[in-house]
Design a binder for this molecule. Structure first.
Ligand code: AQP
Length: 331
Protein backbone atom coordinates (compact mmCIF):
# COMPACT_ATOMS: atom_id res chain seq x y z
CA UNK A 1 0.00 0.00 0.00
CA UNK A 2 1.31 3.45 -0.94
CA UNK A 3 -0.44 5.35 1.84
CA UNK A 4 -3.88 6.18 3.19
CA UNK A 5 -6.35 8.30 1.27
CA UNK A 6 -9.44 10.07 2.54
CA UNK A 7 -12.04 11.84 0.46
CA UNK A 8 -15.65 12.87 0.85
CA UNK A 9 -18.72 13.89 -1.06
CA UNK A 10 -21.69 15.89 0.17
CA UNK A 11 -25.20 14.39 0.08
CA UNK A 12 -26.66 17.66 -1.15
CA UNK A 13 -28.33 16.23 -4.23
CA UNK A 14 -27.70 13.78 -7.03
CA UNK A 15 -24.06 13.36 -7.97
CA UNK A 16 -23.11 14.85 -11.31
CA UNK A 17 -20.57 14.36 -14.05
CA UNK A 18 -18.20 16.86 -12.36
CA UNK A 19 -18.14 14.81 -9.17
CA UNK A 20 -17.60 11.66 -11.22
CA UNK A 21 -14.85 12.90 -13.56
CA UNK A 22 -13.13 15.20 -11.05
CA UNK A 23 -13.10 12.83 -8.11
CA UNK A 24 -15.04 9.57 -7.91
CA UNK A 25 -13.64 7.67 -10.86
CA UNK A 26 -10.13 8.34 -9.53
CA UNK A 27 -11.23 7.05 -6.12
CA UNK A 28 -12.12 3.77 -7.82
CA UNK A 29 -8.61 3.33 -9.29
CA UNK A 30 -6.89 4.43 -6.10
CA UNK A 31 -8.50 1.64 -4.07
CA UNK A 32 -5.98 -0.74 -5.63
CA UNK A 33 -2.86 0.96 -4.28
CA UNK A 34 -4.03 2.83 -1.19
CA UNK A 35 -5.87 2.13 2.01
CA UNK A 36 -8.95 4.11 1.03
CA UNK A 37 -11.53 5.84 3.24
CA UNK A 38 -14.53 7.39 1.47
CA UNK A 39 -17.10 9.38 3.36
CA UNK A 40 -20.57 10.76 2.66
CA UNK A 41 -20.08 14.06 4.45
CA UNK A 42 -23.56 14.69 5.86
CA UNK A 43 -22.28 17.11 8.52
CA UNK A 44 -20.94 19.34 5.74
CA UNK A 45 -24.31 19.16 4.00
CA UNK A 46 -26.12 20.91 6.87
CA UNK A 47 -23.93 24.01 6.58
CA UNK A 48 -26.77 25.01 4.24
CA UNK A 49 -30.43 24.25 5.08
CA UNK A 50 -31.51 20.67 4.21
CA UNK A 51 -34.87 18.95 4.45
CA UNK A 52 -34.31 16.05 6.92
CA UNK A 53 -36.15 13.44 4.84
CA UNK A 54 -34.37 14.48 1.66
CA UNK A 55 -31.04 14.40 3.47
CA UNK A 56 -31.69 10.84 4.74
CA UNK A 57 -32.51 9.77 1.18
CA UNK A 58 -29.54 11.60 -0.31
CA UNK A 59 -27.07 9.87 2.04
CA UNK A 60 -28.22 6.46 0.77
CA UNK A 61 -28.36 7.69 -2.81
CA UNK A 62 -24.80 9.01 -2.72
CA UNK A 63 -23.58 5.79 -1.08
CA UNK A 64 -25.34 3.78 -3.82
CA UNK A 65 -23.79 6.02 -6.49
CA UNK A 66 -20.30 5.47 -5.09
CA UNK A 67 -20.75 1.70 -5.04
CA UNK A 68 -22.27 1.76 -8.53
CA UNK A 69 -19.26 3.76 -9.78
CA UNK A 70 -16.97 1.00 -8.48
CA UNK A 71 -16.13 1.76 -4.84
CA UNK A 72 -15.90 -1.67 -3.24
CA UNK A 73 -17.06 -1.49 0.39
CA UNK A 74 -15.16 -4.69 1.21
CA UNK A 75 -11.89 -3.18 0.04
CA UNK A 76 -12.41 0.47 1.02
CA UNK A 77 -14.08 2.01 4.04
CA UNK A 78 -17.40 3.66 3.09
CA UNK A 79 -19.55 5.39 5.71
CA UNK A 80 -21.41 8.59 6.53
CA UNK A 81 -19.58 11.19 8.56
CA UNK A 82 -22.06 11.78 11.40
CA UNK A 83 -21.82 8.12 12.50
CA UNK A 84 -18.15 8.57 13.50
CA UNK A 85 -17.99 11.13 16.34
CA UNK A 86 -14.24 11.81 15.95
CA UNK A 87 -14.89 14.12 12.98
CA UNK A 88 -16.84 16.72 14.97
CA UNK A 89 -14.74 16.19 18.11
CA UNK A 90 -11.44 16.75 16.31
CA UNK A 91 -12.92 19.71 14.43
CA UNK A 92 -13.36 21.53 17.74
CA UNK A 93 -9.73 21.01 18.73
CA UNK A 94 -8.55 22.17 15.28
CA UNK A 95 -10.90 25.15 15.35
CA UNK A 96 -8.93 26.35 18.36
CA UNK A 97 -5.69 26.17 16.30
CA UNK A 98 -7.08 27.96 13.24
CA UNK A 99 -6.73 31.74 13.04
CA UNK A 100 -9.88 33.50 11.80
CA UNK A 101 -7.75 35.22 9.13
CA UNK A 102 -7.19 31.87 7.42
CA UNK A 103 -10.95 31.27 7.18
CA UNK A 104 -11.51 34.79 5.88
CA UNK A 105 -9.48 33.88 2.79
CA UNK A 106 -11.62 30.89 1.80
CA UNK A 107 -13.24 31.64 -1.54
CA UNK A 108 -15.90 28.93 -1.30
CA UNK A 109 -17.43 30.64 1.76
CA UNK A 110 -17.57 33.92 -0.13
CA UNK A 111 -19.26 32.21 -3.11
CA UNK A 112 -21.76 30.25 -1.03
CA UNK A 113 -22.61 32.98 1.48
CA UNK A 114 -22.98 35.56 -1.30
CA UNK A 115 -24.34 38.92 -0.23
CA UNK A 116 -26.00 37.42 2.88
CA UNK A 117 -22.70 36.88 4.65
CA UNK A 118 -23.95 37.96 8.09
CA UNK A 119 -26.84 35.51 7.87
CA UNK A 120 -24.67 32.55 6.78
CA UNK A 121 -24.24 29.89 9.45
CA UNK A 122 -21.06 29.64 11.52
CA UNK A 123 -20.95 26.08 10.16
CA UNK A 124 -20.58 27.33 6.59
CA UNK A 125 -17.78 29.62 7.72
CA UNK A 126 -15.90 26.92 9.66
CA UNK A 127 -16.60 24.16 7.09
CA UNK A 128 -12.92 23.98 6.02
CA UNK A 129 -11.90 23.12 9.60
CA UNK A 130 -14.36 20.22 9.68
CA UNK A 131 -12.84 19.13 6.37
CA UNK A 132 -9.36 19.29 7.95
CA UNK A 133 -10.66 17.13 10.79
CA UNK A 134 -12.13 14.61 8.31
CA UNK A 135 -8.68 14.10 6.82
CA UNK A 136 -6.53 14.39 9.94
CA UNK A 137 -8.77 12.06 11.98
CA UNK A 138 -7.24 9.28 9.86
CA UNK A 139 -3.80 10.84 9.40
CA UNK A 140 -4.48 10.43 5.67
CA UNK A 141 -1.41 10.87 3.48
CA UNK A 142 -3.27 11.80 0.28
CA UNK A 143 -6.57 13.45 -0.58
CA UNK A 144 -7.95 13.01 -4.11
CA UNK A 145 -10.22 15.98 -4.93
CA UNK A 146 -11.34 18.22 -7.79
CA UNK A 147 -9.59 21.54 -8.37
CA UNK A 148 -12.25 23.45 -6.38
CA UNK A 149 -11.09 21.86 -3.11
CA UNK A 150 -7.41 22.80 -3.46
CA UNK A 151 -7.65 25.80 -1.15
CA UNK A 152 -9.37 23.75 1.58
CA UNK A 153 -6.63 21.14 1.30
CA UNK A 154 -3.99 23.80 1.82
CA UNK A 155 -5.84 24.86 4.94
CA UNK A 156 -5.81 21.26 6.20
CA UNK A 157 -2.03 21.17 5.75
CA UNK A 158 -1.64 24.54 7.50
CA UNK A 159 -3.87 23.40 10.37
CA UNK A 160 -1.91 20.16 10.79
CA UNK A 161 1.33 22.14 10.84
CA UNK A 162 -0.07 24.68 13.34
CA UNK A 163 -1.11 21.86 15.70
CA UNK A 164 2.28 20.14 15.44
CA UNK A 165 4.12 23.42 16.15
CA UNK A 166 1.84 24.51 18.98
CA UNK A 167 2.37 21.25 20.89
CA UNK A 168 5.93 20.53 19.72
CA UNK A 169 4.97 17.19 18.16
CA UNK A 170 5.22 15.49 14.76
CA UNK A 171 1.77 14.02 15.15
CA UNK A 172 -0.25 14.98 12.11
CA UNK A 173 0.92 14.01 8.64
CA UNK A 174 0.62 16.94 6.20
CA UNK A 175 -1.83 15.52 3.63
CA UNK A 176 -0.97 15.81 -0.07
CA UNK A 177 -3.69 16.86 -2.53
CA UNK A 178 -4.16 14.58 -5.55
CA UNK A 179 -5.78 16.47 -8.40
CA UNK A 180 -5.96 13.93 -11.18
CA UNK A 181 -6.96 13.61 -14.82
CA UNK A 182 -8.08 15.94 -17.60
CA UNK A 183 -11.35 17.03 -16.00
CA UNK A 184 -10.27 18.58 -12.71
CA UNK A 185 -12.91 21.30 -13.05
CA UNK A 186 -15.97 20.37 -15.08
CA UNK A 187 -17.99 23.45 -15.93
CA UNK A 188 -21.73 24.10 -16.14
CA UNK A 189 -23.43 23.16 -19.44
CA UNK A 190 -25.24 26.52 -19.36
CA UNK A 191 -22.21 28.70 -18.60
CA UNK A 192 -18.67 27.51 -19.32
CA UNK A 193 -17.22 29.92 -16.75
CA UNK A 194 -19.14 28.41 -13.78
CA UNK A 195 -18.38 25.11 -12.06
CA UNK A 196 -20.84 22.27 -12.61
CA UNK A 197 -22.50 22.04 -9.21
CA UNK A 198 -25.29 20.14 -7.42
CA UNK A 199 -26.66 23.36 -6.02
CA UNK A 200 -27.05 25.15 -9.38
CA UNK A 201 -30.75 25.99 -9.70
CA UNK A 202 -30.81 24.85 -13.35
CA UNK A 203 -30.90 21.07 -13.78
CA UNK A 204 -29.80 21.69 -17.38
CA UNK A 205 -26.44 22.93 -16.05
CA UNK A 206 -25.35 19.40 -15.16
CA UNK A 207 -25.57 15.72 -16.08
CA UNK A 208 -26.71 13.78 -13.02
CA UNK A 209 -25.66 10.17 -12.51
CA UNK A 210 -29.39 9.46 -12.18
CA UNK A 211 -30.32 10.93 -15.60
CA UNK A 212 -31.68 8.52 -18.19
CA UNK A 213 -30.35 8.36 -21.76
CA UNK A 214 -32.97 10.74 -23.21
CA UNK A 215 -32.35 13.34 -20.51
CA UNK A 216 -28.57 13.15 -21.03
CA UNK A 217 -28.96 13.58 -24.80
CA UNK A 218 -31.39 16.48 -24.34
CA UNK A 219 -29.13 18.27 -21.83
CA UNK A 220 -26.13 17.95 -24.13
CA UNK A 221 -28.16 19.11 -27.14
CA UNK A 222 -29.25 22.19 -25.19
CA UNK A 223 -25.79 22.90 -23.77
CA UNK A 224 -24.56 26.41 -24.54
CA UNK A 225 -22.48 26.60 -27.72
CA UNK A 226 -20.81 29.37 -29.73
CA UNK A 227 -20.94 30.39 -33.41
CA UNK A 228 -17.28 29.54 -34.23
CA UNK A 229 -16.71 26.82 -36.89
CA UNK A 230 -15.13 23.54 -35.76
CA UNK A 231 -14.29 22.45 -32.23
CA UNK A 232 -11.20 23.91 -30.54
CA UNK A 233 -9.85 24.21 -27.01
CA UNK A 234 -9.52 27.81 -25.83
CA UNK A 235 -10.70 28.29 -22.26
CA UNK A 236 -10.70 32.10 -22.36
CA UNK A 237 -12.26 32.50 -25.82
CA UNK A 238 -14.46 29.38 -26.04
CA UNK A 239 -15.24 28.19 -22.49
CA UNK A 240 -18.21 26.02 -23.52
CA UNK A 241 -16.41 24.26 -26.41
CA UNK A 242 -13.39 23.72 -24.16
CA UNK A 243 -15.54 22.23 -21.41
CA UNK A 244 -17.30 19.80 -23.74
CA UNK A 245 -14.00 18.70 -25.32
CA UNK A 246 -12.57 18.10 -21.84
CA UNK A 247 -15.60 16.06 -20.83
CA UNK A 248 -15.28 13.96 -23.99
CA UNK A 249 -11.55 13.38 -23.43
CA UNK A 250 -12.08 12.36 -19.81
CA UNK A 251 -14.96 9.99 -20.61
CA UNK A 252 -13.08 8.44 -23.54
CA UNK A 253 -9.83 8.28 -21.56
CA UNK A 254 -8.00 10.09 -24.36
CA UNK A 255 -5.62 13.06 -24.27
CA UNK A 256 -7.54 16.28 -24.91
CA UNK A 257 -5.27 17.18 -27.85
CA UNK A 258 -6.31 13.97 -29.62
CA UNK A 259 -10.01 14.75 -29.17
CA UNK A 260 -9.46 18.32 -30.33
CA UNK A 261 -7.73 17.06 -33.49
CA UNK A 262 -10.48 14.51 -34.17
CA UNK A 263 -13.27 17.12 -33.99
CA UNK A 264 -11.37 20.12 -35.44
CA UNK A 265 -13.70 20.32 -38.42
CA UNK A 266 -16.88 19.00 -36.78
CA UNK A 267 -19.69 21.44 -36.09
CA UNK A 268 -21.08 21.85 -32.57
CA UNK A 269 -24.17 19.82 -33.21
CA UNK A 270 -22.31 16.81 -34.68
CA UNK A 271 -19.87 16.90 -31.77
CA UNK A 272 -22.72 17.08 -29.25
CA UNK A 273 -24.28 13.97 -30.81
CA UNK A 274 -21.04 12.02 -30.34
CA UNK A 275 -20.61 13.34 -26.81
CA UNK A 276 -24.18 12.37 -25.87
CA UNK A 277 -23.61 8.80 -27.14
CA UNK A 278 -20.37 8.51 -25.18
CA UNK A 279 -21.95 9.91 -22.03
CA UNK A 280 -24.86 7.47 -22.22
CA UNK A 281 -22.49 4.56 -22.89
CA UNK A 282 -20.36 5.38 -19.82
CA UNK A 283 -23.09 6.47 -17.41
CA UNK A 284 -25.98 4.11 -18.07
CA UNK A 285 -24.35 1.07 -16.41
CA UNK A 286 -23.81 3.24 -13.30
CA UNK A 287 -27.42 4.45 -13.30
CA UNK A 288 -28.75 0.91 -13.69
CA UNK A 289 -26.59 -0.41 -10.84
CA UNK A 290 -27.59 2.54 -8.63
CA UNK A 291 -31.29 1.76 -9.16
CA UNK A 292 -30.68 -1.88 -8.27
CA UNK A 293 -28.85 -0.93 -5.04
CA UNK A 294 -31.46 1.64 -4.03
CA UNK A 295 -34.17 -1.02 -4.17
CA UNK A 296 -32.65 -2.42 -0.94
CA UNK A 297 -32.00 0.56 1.38
CA UNK A 298 -31.46 -1.76 4.38
CA UNK A 299 -28.44 -3.28 2.62
CA UNK A 300 -27.01 0.20 1.99
CA UNK A 301 -27.47 0.97 5.69
CA UNK A 302 -25.66 -2.24 6.63
CA UNK A 303 -22.74 -1.32 4.34
CA UNK A 304 -22.53 2.17 5.86
CA UNK A 305 -22.72 0.79 9.42
CA UNK A 306 -19.90 -1.68 8.75
CA UNK A 307 -17.86 1.16 7.23
CA UNK A 308 -18.49 3.36 10.28
CA UNK A 309 -17.19 0.64 12.61
CA UNK A 310 -13.98 0.34 10.61
CA UNK A 311 -13.58 4.13 10.39
CA UNK A 312 -14.16 4.53 14.11
CA UNK A 313 -11.49 1.92 14.85
CA UNK A 314 -8.93 4.18 13.11
CA UNK A 315 -10.20 7.64 14.08
CA UNK A 316 -11.07 6.85 17.73
CA UNK A 317 -7.47 6.08 18.82
CA UNK A 318 -6.12 9.09 16.86
CA UNK A 319 -8.62 11.37 18.60
CA UNK A 320 -7.63 9.95 22.02
CA UNK A 321 -3.96 10.72 21.26
CA UNK A 322 -4.92 14.25 20.23
CA UNK A 323 -6.87 14.70 23.48
CA UNK A 324 -3.83 13.51 25.40
CA UNK A 325 -1.51 15.90 23.51
CA UNK A 326 -3.75 18.91 24.24
CA UNK A 327 -4.00 17.93 27.93
CA UNK A 328 -7.59 16.72 28.31
CA UNK A 329 -8.19 14.28 31.20
CA UNK A 330 -9.76 11.17 29.76
CA UNK A 331 -12.19 8.80 31.46
N1 AQP B 1 -17.48 20.62 -11.33
C1 AQP B 1 -16.58 19.81 -10.78
N2 AQP B 1 -15.51 19.39 -11.50
C2 AQP B 1 -14.58 18.54 -10.95
N3 AQP B 1 -14.68 18.06 -9.69
C3 AQP B 1 -15.73 18.46 -8.95
N4 AQP B 1 -16.11 18.16 -7.69
C4 AQP B 1 -17.26 18.83 -7.41
N5 AQP B 1 -17.67 19.55 -8.46
C5 AQP B 1 -16.73 19.35 -9.44
C6 AQP B 1 -15.37 17.27 -6.80
O1 AQP B 1 -16.28 16.27 -6.35
C7 AQP B 1 -15.93 15.90 -5.02
C8 AQP B 1 -17.17 15.92 -4.17
O2 AQP B 1 -17.67 17.25 -4.13
P1 AQP B 1 -18.77 17.69 -3.07
O3 AQP B 1 -20.08 17.27 -3.54
O4 AQP B 1 -18.47 17.21 -1.75
O5 AQP B 1 -18.63 19.22 -2.96
P2 AQP B 1 -18.61 20.37 -3.96
O6 AQP B 1 -17.25 20.53 -4.50
O7 AQP B 1 -19.14 21.55 -3.23
O8 AQP B 1 -19.60 19.91 -5.13
P3 AQP B 1 -20.86 20.62 -5.69
O9 AQP B 1 -21.47 19.79 -6.72
O10 AQP B 1 -20.51 22.01 -6.10
O11 AQP B 1 -21.84 20.61 -4.49
P4 AQP B 1 -22.62 21.78 -3.85
O12 AQP B 1 -23.33 22.43 -4.98
O13 AQP B 1 -23.53 21.10 -2.88
O14 AQP B 1 -21.61 22.66 -3.22
C9 AQP B 1 -14.86 16.88 -4.54
O15 AQP B 1 -13.60 16.24 -4.62
C10 AQP B 1 -14.94 18.00 -5.54
O16 AQP B 1 -13.67 18.60 -5.72
Amino acid sequence: MSGRIFSGVQPTGALHLGNYLGAIRHWVHLQQDYEAIYCVVDQHAITLPQDPNELRGAIREVAAALIACGIDPDRSILFNQSTVPAHAQLAWVLMCQTPIGWLNRMTQFKEKAGKQRDNASAGLYTYPVLMSADILAYNATHVPVGEDQKQHLELARDTAGAFNRQFGVEFFVLPEPMILGEATRVMSLRDGTKKMSKSDTSDYSRINLTDDADTIAQKIRKAKSDPIEGMSYDVAGRPEASNLLTIYAALADLPRSQVEAEFASANFSAFKGRLADLCVEKLSPITTEMRRLLADPAEIDRILDRGAEKADAIAGPILRQVYDIVGFRQA
